[in-house]
Design a protein. Sequence first.
Length: 77
Amino acid sequence: MTDRSALLTRITQTPGKCGGRPCIRGMRIRVSDILETLTDNVTASDILADFPDLEPEDIQACLLFASLSIDFPRIAV
């Protein structure tokens, strides 16, 4: 099992790069691009073949980042 904190260090946000959107390891590959590709039923293996600079942990990091981005407490009123 990969350390979640280590995975999250792979996601970077730099003002002026890709509009400040979250990217993978400072590259111009946005987290949203990887997530959208996965929703189009493209396998992680195919993504890695199309982007030789990516590593399997980068895809895991995208999924973790997305899950944490939508995980917020809900207060019942």
